[in-house]
Design a protein around this ligand. Sequence first.
Ligand SMILES: *Cc1c(COP(=O)(O)O)cnc(C)c1O
Length: 230
Amino acid sequence: MIEENYREVEARVREAAIRSGRTPEEVTLIAVSKTKPLSDIEALIRIGVREFGENKPQELKEKFDSVSQPVHFHQIGHLQTNKVKYVIDRAVLIHSVDSVHLAEQIQKEAEKRGVTAEVLIEVNAAEEDTKFGVTLADAPGLVREISAFPNIHIKGLMTIAPFVDDPEENRPVFRAMKQLLLDIKSQKIHNVDMSVLSMGMTNDFEVAIEEGATMVRVGTAIFGERDYNV
Ligand SMILES: *Cc1c(COP(=O)(O)O)cnc(C)c1O
């Protein structure tokens, strides 16, 4: 079931990439396993899936430490400074850096362990009150500030688009993100590479890919609805 769902989403990712004149290899599908049991992750590992996304640092830690073989876990949810220690040498990529304050803590923990943390800057592109992230306007400045941290490497940008009925409504949001990525890239900031654009979820990942996403984060379409009451 989960395996079939994954294959189906994977095929849609591939088609969207080809449709927009890109190769399927340019788009990484992250299976968002938050709230789901380890057995679901193991089922996907058996068919070769290696990229998983988690929201909560402690859940990421537990799953990372329990899986039967090493796979990549992405920290995609909001990160509080006191939780950085759980993900710093476990998450392959932290998608949700949105302040210098958080970057300072990441720098501290990364330096302590002698690692470089790979991160994305989270942008609240639609400027929704309920969402974390820096505004489009403030993003270049934040990238520049964080680029000075020696144990942090900025690889690109991430956004969570608004929840809408018609994914087409998010096309301008994704387009603005791609433009922002290009603008920052053109500034050629030292220690910043802007190769990753993480955007698109169950409801809108195809539109996101058409507009330039290189990582999509898909949960519900693979694992089914989440139950937060268990
Ligand atoms: C939960 C979550 C997703 C996946 O959402 P679905 O709509 O279930 O695909 C993607 N990104 C983030 C940051 C999330 O928290």
